[in-house]
Design a protein around this ligand. Structure first.
Ligand SMILES: NC(=O)c1ccc[n+]([C@@H]2O[C@H](COP(=O)([O-])OP(=O)(O)OC[C@H]3O[C@@H](n4cnc5c(N)ncnc54)[C@H](O)[C@@H]3O)[C@@H](O)[C@H]2O)c1
Length: 563
């Protein structure tokens, strides 16, 4: 009995001990977890929270540590526990500035520094007058600048400190040498890669943000690894699909984010790290991960498809004018087919912008280099139709006005390549204005976002020079005397023989066209290169109106323009 009691007592004692040990362990484990996460929050020499356990990729800038808390630091090696992220973007342009501003906005835990060699650009990014106009950009920059978003000229310093380096420098079309007029000029990209290799002291993920020819990552990898001092570089392709004019909403709510990487453990880890950044605001199903070459080629393909759609509808617009069909009705009918869809089917004077032509020419060159001349010719035609459309527009203007515009004032409304941007790179307005100046017209130009200096530079520049550094571009030329730039559409149209609408700015839809008509020479012509005006209403006022791809005015029918 004694023995029995004693054994049950011992069993209970053992069980209690086990229970106590269990609870003790649970308490200790809990305490450790608390200490660990606290440590995660307080760590680092400057006393800022730099960790986020869940993603292991985030840097948080929050409250400084109190001295008391600092002294309670547990002795855990945090290096393996939390991966700190600092992003640096080389190139503070139309892509680098807005994309990094949105990353900073959506990831307050990440420090983002945008660097550039251009003093005026960085100065402007740090001022109240940002270097680019983009709806919503001011607000985003104001919210983050000085907190976790910085603009700096100290390129090397910030690159060397970064974990992820985005490269968003310009990749213009080559102007001379092998592939001139077609191939992408990777001078700026190569020099960035060499600099990254030179200044790096720690492992980095290098992200291609610029649009580059397929297989560029391989070349960049060679530059980086040849120069490395045991440093591990992972190259990712993460092309940007934003459209100027809607960049902020595109970035906040992208159709997709594309990340290409090497199919190696290191490459997959790098892809995951970048995916984690975007996952802060982009739904996972919209983040597409591919191999490097697919990502690089997808960007060129996407731009080629978009431009091809514009050239298709523009080609159709010429046929509409010849047959009496209305391109808007045709586009509507065609776009109702769900396999085709309604977007990007507006006829116009032509596409512009820094990307479409450049990227298609680049694609053409790649096809030629890969022995695919038929494929190259197919895509080349997209650019040819675009050139044809601009020439056709100029010819229509000149032919309608008794086959000469010599000495006649022509008002140009809109110079930017599309509305809601001040960007004039490859804008169709350049070719149209040059064509009219070539026929000795006197131009009066108004655009709400483009400066006189920019317009004069653009009209004096050689083809493809616009994407080169400013010292290679002509200084603000005064040579074009028959040109004035004004700050008002009414001023531009005063005493003019004709008005040409070349950008679809919303304000051009609601101008007082009666007032414009009253102050113009007669007959008063209006050539709508963007189909923004109500042609019937204007005809009622007395204008002779030409709208792209629409049934022609009787006047215009009698004056056929041959492109
Ligand atoms: N603009 C667009 O809508 C758009 C959209 C998608 C992709 N892209 C692609 O993104 C890339 C950048 O385009 P962008 O429009 O922003 O060009 P951008 O000319 O506006 O900006 C490029 C910037 O890079 C800077 N730069 C050049 N070399 C440098 C160097 N070594 N160090 C630091 N800074 C340097 C230039 O000074 C310039 O400010 C291009 O490849 C373009 O094709 C552009």
């Amino acid at each position: 009995m004694k023995k029995k009691l004693s054994s049950s007592w011992r069993t209970r004692k053992k069980k209690n001990k086990e229970k106590a040990t269990f609870h003790h362990c649970r308490r200790r484990e809990k305490k450790n977890r608390a200490r660990t996460s606290e440590y995660a929050r307080w760590t680092s020499s400057d006393g800022y929270w730099r960790g986020n356990q869940s993603t292991q990729t985030v840097v948080v800038m929050s409250r400084p540590l109190s001295e008391k808390k600092k002294s309670r630091k547990p002795t855990i090696i945090l290096k393996d526990y939390i991966k700190m992220v600092k992003i640096c973007c080389i190139g503070a342009g139309y892509v680098g500035g807005p994309t990094m501003a949105v990353i900073a906005l959506k990831c307050p835990a990440i420090e983002v520094v945008v660097v550039d060699i251009s003093v005026p650009r960085i100065t402007a990014w740090n001022s109240d007058h940002l270097p680019i106009y983009e709806p919503g950009l001011d607000e985003v920059v104001k919210q983050c600048r000085g907190k976790n978003l910085f603009f700096s000229l100290e390129v090397e310093k910030h690159v060397s400190e970064a974990d992820i380096v985005f490269v968003s420098v310009n990749t213009p079309t080559k102007t001379q040498g092998l592939g001139a007029g077609k191939a992408a000029d990777l001078t700026y990209w190569e020099s960035s890669a060499r600099m990254i290799a030179d200044v790096s002291k720690s492992d980095k993920i290098v992200v291609e943000k610029s649009t580059v020819p397929v297989k560029t990552a391989e070349a960049i990898e060679k530059i980086l690894t040849h120069n490395s001092k045991g440093i591990n570089f992972q190259i990712l392709s993460n092309p940007e699909f934003l459209a100027e004019g809607t960049a902020i909403s595109d970035l906040l709510n992208p159709d997709r984010v594309l990340i290409g990487g090497r199919e190696t453990p290191g490459g997959e880890k790098a892809v995951k790290a970048l995916k984690d950044v975007y996952a802060n605001w982009v739904p996972e199903e919209r983040i597409i991960c591919t191999n490097l070459w697919s990502a690089e080629l997808s960007k060129l393909a996407a731009n080629a498809f978009l431009a091809q759609r514009i050239s298709s509808v523009n080609a159709m617009s010429a046929l509409c004018e010849a047959t009496g069909a209305d391109v808007t009705e045709v586009s509507h009918a065609v776009g109702k087919d769900t396999r085709i869809g309604p977007k990007f089917l507006n006829a116009s004077v032509g596409f512009g912008g820094s990307c479409f032509q450049k990227d298609i020419l680049n694609l053409v060159y790649i096809c030629e280099c890969n022995g695919l001349p038929e494929v190259a010719n197919y895509w080349k035609q997209v650019v040819k139709i675009n050139d044809y459309q601009k020439t056709r527009f100029v010819n229509r203007v000149v032919a309608s006005m008794f086959n000469t515009v010599s000495g006649k004032k022509v008002a140009i409304l809109g110079f930017a390549f599309k509305k809601d941007t001040g960007d004039t790179r490859e804008t169709p307005a350049i070719d149209v204005c040059r064509g009219l100046l070539g026929d000795n017209a006197s131009l009066s130009i108004y655009d709400p976002q483009v400066t006189e200096d920019q317009i004069r530079r653009d009209l004096a520049m050689k083809k493809f020079d616009w994407d080169q550094r400013s010292h290679l571009q002509p200084l603000s030329p005064t040579a074009i005397r028959s040109l004035s730039v004004v700050w008002d559409a009414y001023d531009a149209a005063k005493d003019a023989h004709a008005v040409c609408i070349l950008t679809e700015w919303d304000e051009f839809r609601t101008l007082d066209y009666q007032r414009i008509y009253d102050n113009m020479q007669k007959p008063a012509f209006l050539f709508d290169g963007r189909n923004v005006v109500d042609a019937e209403k204007l005809r009622g006022i007395g204008f002779i109106v030409y709208s792209i791809g629409k049934p022609l005015d009787l006047w215009l029918k009698d004056m056929p323009a041959i492109a």
